[in-house]
Design a protein. Sequence first.
Length: 249
Amino acid sequence: MLSAWQILGISFFNGDVDEALASMDRCGGFLIAPSGTCFARLREDEIYRRAVLAADLAIADSGLMVLLWRLLRREKIGRISGSKYLKHLLRKLKGERAEEIFWVLPSERARRKLFQWSRREAFPIVSKNCYVAPRYGLDIEDRNLLSLLEENRPSHVIIAIGSGAQEKLGYYLRENLSYRPAIHCTGAALGFLTGEQIPIPDWVDRLYLGWLLRLMTQPHRFIPRLIRGLELPWLIWKYGENLPPVRKS
């Protein structure tokens, strides 16, 4: 039984990155890494809420959540950022056959950046295993992607389409595939590596300052997300370990 911290109804993995990778490799299912801007969705989006609660592994990516828990609850949580997790995962997978890894990407630009990165890093990728996701609605169903995965049956699926949609897609795939791959919902972390987004240096990630760098470099894109993240201190203070109720319309 894996050790975990219960925060806002979500069971966060309490261990190091290698233990998280080993668990996913051994058991499959889908992993999530909610950022600080995601928690407000627990009260607004019942499909997202259901997906997050059903995750096989949740890692504490949010530096804000970790700091708030330490301040308000006097308990220290080990943080595994999505960026750190993905770097360790890719290091581990570099020796795997390219066909064993399937990539779900947000755009053609992200796809091009991934192939440029693969050439620089000598990381094998096959074109048929790179899927540009459509723009999903509130309820996610993607029979085309499901068919591709059933046909190729990769051991690892890396979903890099961003928070909100990625958790729902990971849940949908786990529930509908006839086999159980390891599905890694790592959001923007892949873009940081490939250059599709502004890279976040390791020292910035360790100091929990990735949000500040993104705010400075992409204010038009990140300020609305940051505003949503301001709800997190109140949520943790009021609900602690418990799942917040759905907000009444």
